[in-house]
Design a protein around this ligand. Sequence first.
Ligand SMILES: [Zn+2]
Length: 182
Amino acid sequence: MPSKRILEYPREEALLRKKSQPVRAFNRYIKNIIRDLKDTLKERPEGVGLAAVQINVHMQIFVVQLGAKPESEEKTGPVITIINPEVIEERAEDKGFDGCLSLPGLFGDTVRPHYLHIKGLNEWGKPFEQVFEGFDAVVIHHEIDHLNGVLFIDRITDPADLFTVKEDDDGKLIRVPVTIKK
Ligand SMILES: [Zn+2]
């Protein structure tokens, strides 16, 4: 059994805990935030979503990589922008892999809906309504959490579900349980 590792809690936690405000006017400022989010996500191939709160802008905007797979950098879909999301229906809850660019090196198994029907505004500020399924639903649910100041570690109920990864002697990635030092 690998020994338990202890990770430092992120210093920017207070900023991540602040709730985001709805976008009231779709203007150049909002377009610039969207571009920033997309550029930042592109620079982090291990990431599949990024909310404005993670770049310290407390507005209800996030970008997500569709068609991603858990624990893989393979991506098959576009990056889309979602503004002011409202959940119409969520169901098909299941436990699965979770991680966050704001909590580097930390991963967990969380329960999230795998069917998510939402409405909101798209990257051009136009209303849309769509159903997302599978890991796409999980990723969008994670980002909606960010808008409410919720982090994936809040959804960990069993401490054994929180872990970091390291390579074993054969180069295979293995899970190492962690404790967060507050
Ligand atoms: Zn996150």
